[in-house]
Design a protein around this ligand. Structure first.
Ligand SMILES: [Zn+2]
Length: 307
C-alpha cells in the first residue's frame, strides 16, 4: 500500500494505491504555502483519505502508521542541492528544509521524493530491462533516466535533468540573450515549456494568449498557433538529439500539457535524422496525456523502488 502525493503549482493531488497498482481513492487539494502548515496538511490528508478506505491501513501519527505503508512525493521543479536537501522554484519555502525527515516524522511513513520526470519514468515504464528517458513539458521542463527498472540519480543527483542545458542547433533568432530563471541564456526550459510557447506567440502577434489556448487553436488549424507549435516540436526533437546520441534509450516517454500524442510520435522520428547520428532511429515514443495519474503512480513506484 502506498500513499502517492503530488505537489504542483498547477494540480496537486493525493492518492491511496494498492500493492497491485490500483487507485483505491484520490483527491486534489490546494497546498499550503508554509512549510509547517504543509506538513500538517499532508498528515491530515493522509489520515482522512486512509480512514475512508476499506483497506484497514491507518496513517498520520507515527504510532498508528502501518509499517507496510509508504509515502511517495512528487514535487514539480524539484532539484537536489549538494548538501542533500531539495529545492523547488514552485515551492520556494521547501528550500534547505529536511523535507524527507520531517515528512516521515509528521506522517510516520517511509517516504521517497522525486520530480515530475523521475516519477513519470518510474510509473510509466513498461519493462524493467529497458533504458528509458522521460520528459515532462509543463511550466518547466524536466527529464529523467530509468535503467533496469530503477531511477538513475547520478553522482550529483542530476542525471537526465536537461532543464538548464542549452538548446542544441540554435538558429540566430533563438540566440536573443533572454535570461533564464537560472541566470544563463539559451536554456531548454526557456524554449520548451508553457511560458516558452506563450513567449513565441507574443513575439509573432504582439498579443498575450495562454499556452492552453495556443495549443487548442493549433489543433483547430489556426496558422499562427500551429507555427508556434511546429517550432516547439522541432525544439523538442533537438533537445532529445543529445539524449539519443549519448544514452540511446529504448524508449522516450513524454508528458505534460504541451505533449501532443497525435503529433509528436510521428513528427519526432522524421526530424531526428537531421540532428542525431543514427540514420534510422527506432527509439520508441510514448506520449502520456493523462498527467495526473502517471505522476501519482510514479511517486508510488519511487517508493516501491526505495523500499
Ligand atoms: Zn536556465
Amino acid at each position: 500500500m502506498t500513499i502517492a502525493l503530488r505537489l504542483s503549482d498547477t494540480v496537486s493531488g493525493i492518492a491511496v494505491i494498492s500493492d497491485d497498482g490500483d487507485f483505491v481513492c484520490e483527491q486534489t487539494f490546494l497546498p499550503e504555502i508554509d512549510y509547517q502548515l504543509l506538513l500538517r496538511q499532508i498528515s491530515s490528508l493522509i489520515s482522512g483519505l486512509t480512514a475512508n478506505t476499506t483497506t484497514g491501513i491507518t496513517a498520520g501519527p507515527p504510532a498508528n502508521a502501518s509499517p507496510s505503508t509508504a509515502l511517495g512525493l512528487c514535487v514539480s521543479d524539484l532539484r537536489y542541492t549538494s548538501n542533500g536537501s531539495v529545492t523547488s522554484a514552485a515551492f520556494p519555502f521547501l528550500d534547505d528544509k529536511p523535507l524527507m525527515r520531517d515528512l516521515q516524522a509528521a506522517t510516520g511513513l517511509t517516504s521517497a521524493i522525486g520530480n515530475d520526470a523521475q516519477c513519470l519514468g518510474l510509473g510509466a515504464r513498461q519493462h524493467d530491462n529497458e533504458t528509458l528517458f522521460s520528459l515532462v513539458i509543463d511550466k518547466d521542463l524536466s527529464g529523467a533516466i530509468i535503467m533496469n527498472g530503477r531511477l538513475v540519480k547520478g553522482r550529483n543527483h542530476h542525471a537526465g535533468q536537461i532543464t538548464h542545458t542549452p538548446l542544441p542547433f540554435p538558429v540566430p533568432f533563438e540566440l536573443d540573450g533572454s535570461v533564464c530563471s537560472c541566470g544563463r541564456t539559451g536554456c531548454l526550459t526557456h524554449f520548451i515549456s508553457l511560458p516558452g510557447i506563450e513567449k513565441d506567440y507574443k513575439q509573432l502577434t504582439n498579443t498575450d494568449k495562454s499556452a492552453d489556448n495556443i495549443i487548442a487553436d493549433a489543433t483547430k488549424g489556426d496558422i499562427i498557433a500551429d507555427s508556434v507549435i511546429q517550432v516547439l516540436e522541432d525544439r523538442i526533437a533537438r533537445a532529445l538529439a543529445p539524449v539519443i546520441n549519448l544514452l540511446d534509450p529504448d524508449h522516450i516517454i513524454i508528458s505534460g500539457q504541451a505533449a501532443d500524442k497525435n503529433r509528436l510520435p510521428a513528427i519526432l522520428p522524421r526530424k531526428w535524422p537531421g540532428y542525431i547520428v543514427a540514420d534510422k532511429p527506432t527509439t520508441e515514443i510514448t506520449i502520456i496525456t493523462d498527467r495526473h495519474v502517471p505522476c501519482l503512480n510514479g511517486a508510488a513506484s519511487l517508493v516501491l523502488q526505495k523500499t
